[in-house]
Design a binder for this molecule. Sequence first.
Ligand code: NFC
Length: 548
Amino acid sequence: MSKRVVIDPITRIEGHLRVEVEVDDNNVITKAWSSSTLWRGIEVILKGRTPMDVGLIVQRICGVCTYSHYRCGTEAVENALGVKIPLNAKYLRSLMQSSLYMHDHIVHFYHLHGLDWVDVVSALSADPALAAKVAMQYSDAPIAAGEGELKAVQARVKGLVETGKLGPFANAYWGNGTYRFSPEQNLIALSHYLKALEVQRVAAEMLAIFGGKSPHPQSIVVGGVTSVRDMLSPARLQEWKQKHAIVQDFIERAYQADIVMAAEAFGTEASVLGGVNVNSFLCGDDFIMADGEYLFNQGVIIKGDLANVMDINPDLIREDVTHAWYKADGPQHPYEGTTIPDYTGFVERDTVYGKLPTLDGDGKYSWVKSPRYQDEPVEVGPLACLLVNYARGNQTVVNAVDGLLARTGLPLDALFTTLGRTAARMLQTVLVGQASLATFDALLTNIQSDESTYVKPDIDPNQVYEGYAMIEAPRGMLSHWIRIKDGKVENYQAVVPTTWNAGPVDARGKMGPYEASLIGLQLEDPTKPLEVIRIIHSFDPCMACSVH
Ligand code: NFC
């Protein structure tokens, strides 16, 4: 007999995510529903406001990738008004974006996703001397993995356990049979978890140097940037570079090493990493390194056809709300998109935890809309970005992916798993960190002869403007769409990475990436569904973004 498993809330994410699955007698998932349970209506709040304030308002969509919305909203207005910003402004915006990535991806792997891979309780029985040797297998110069450091980490966490106050490590599924690290590997990763708490602060400071503060930076305006004094101050530039060195070092010597370790321990086991996915991928252009040259290029792969990467056609994007708590007559292009709430509630039924209100899979069941490209669900995020660029023959990406596959001995197919998604995020962080130095150098060269940072935008109140921006946010392709009339925002829609990934089934019955990736997965114990959480976390959910 089938059973319903409810996971709500899924923690170690941003926002409110509920996942329900139905398992058969062998605990294999046959149906899955993903839902976000909080809506705020920022697209509606924007109507009637001045376009000059859009960036500051839309960055309140999120508490994590605040800068992505700030920049994307501002660039949508610039696109609508035909404003071409100075090159220095492009470089500074790109440097802020790379700082955000370095921060975001480190926090995701260690503090949000890490404990799906690392069994903290097992780390307590590790031999620190042996662990120090093991760490040398994954990095020539390991960070926070000497015998003394590992002993200290173990003592610190043992102390927590003995007092019964597990703090951040409480209420997890320790001992679950799908953990694969040895006690020593668990101890190394646990040490990096604690070290990453310090390093992420340095990455946030990098963003604040050109952003004024972080989160919610303040230094972008329609027409350019305001961080002119930072850009022209040798001390501020040096500060950014020093912080960059600390963070990049951690990325290359700890984050990279831990993913190689995970690849070795977890391999391609379908029971741990499996599930199918939608097999279509989408990403935007991003990270300017020199004028006109991007680290990552935009593109779409439909149904796994890596031989035919297409350019994105913005006309082919729609949002469907058949199973989302909104009213609409059919799928809408974002320029015409509406956001009209239509909450229909939950349905009571039996679950593995007894009778509970559950999602109404036949009706509406989420505040997340279902974006589609040419009627297809697509996955966005670091994996999509690397696959599109790998298939396009972007040499930087090809070298990085081939290098990782050679080092781990994994086949290319391994990329289409939870491990692949997690490894792609690490590779993307390495590449973004390296490329940001090229951007930094390009800025230094350019300011020798050009100090401009701003061009004044004009709005004709008698004209109607339409514009959009597409960027690659840490969780994937983000687009903002605006129509301006009478000098005010007439309509606004944000089509967000987590919306692409977490959206419910569409009118044709096609599942989005979260739901599709869970089908066929076998759970060891449906009351402790670590496998579901591991797969969902690999997308790095941000529900605040997805619903907005
Ligand atoms: Ni929030 Fe996001 C917005 C999402 O674009 N999804 O990566 C970015 O949040 O983190």
